[in-house]
Design a protein around this ligand. Sequence first.
Ligand code: PDD
Length: 299
Amino acid sequence: MDNKAELSNLSAQTKLMPFGNKTVYLNGEYLPLSEAKISVMDRGFLFGDGIYEVIPSYSGKLFRFDEHMQRLENSLSSIRLANPFDSAQWLDRLTPLLDANLDQAIYLQISRGVADKRDHAFPEKVTPTVFAMSTTIVPFTDLDTGAKVISVDDTRWALCNIKATTLLANILLRQQAIDNGCAEAILVKDGYVTEGAASNVFAVIDGILITPPKSREILAGITRDVILELAEHHNIAYSEEIISLDALKTASEIWITSTTREIVPVIQLDNESIGSGKPGSLWQTMNRLFQDYKRASHE
Ligand code: PDD
């Protein structure tokens, strides 16, 4: 089906959806979530052979869309998959999932597709499976009190810059945090902080805002980039450099950042208070700048 035919077919189907029945996109169709099905031979299911994106949408407008599209392109080329759509085609497909009255996170996933046998090697001819859905962003509720985190060994693989659906290590590490009454696990490799199980990490050390540099050991967070841009524009001293766990323990502030949680102040690391044990003053400033920037982006 060509792009136009697919879209008009889609919008006809969308109108048929009963109110309140969540509509998702799957391979060219809009369907109620309960009817969206994929084959058990999908390589996303069998191998986790796929990548994903999570794009926030405020008042029906996708935030930092071009940057998310660029990261999607990077992830796809890293796993040797062609992008099925250009940015305009993605926007066409995602727009019906947006709700102008909600803050949403749009999840999209592309797997290598359905093969006729389970074989690690890429199948010769295969059509990628494309799925997208919206979820409501529920702001982190403990902003006033802050979050507790634990440090854990970064047991993930060597290509953490790819936003791969293969997230078993991240899931186990996040669950370890939750089992310890913490909101996030701070991952540590060879004594140095990489990132969170599903977030980037910032620290304020000697008055400087520090975050580890982009590398294959971290996912290049879009929220992280926004924060560094805001720091630059507002003359907040910052640096992209490695942070040892020992240095992190001396920080006056720690933040964890992501699309779904935005900027969360950390008040306890491994049961020890960070700074005053309350969200810090630079966090207050940055959170205000971030919220203003967000608002301006969809006005
Ligand atoms: N995760 N690092 C990891 C490992 C992540 O999973 C995420 C986000 C980030 C922050 O990236 P961004 O600021 O672009 O959201 C960093 C998403 C939200 C998720 O997996 O649901």
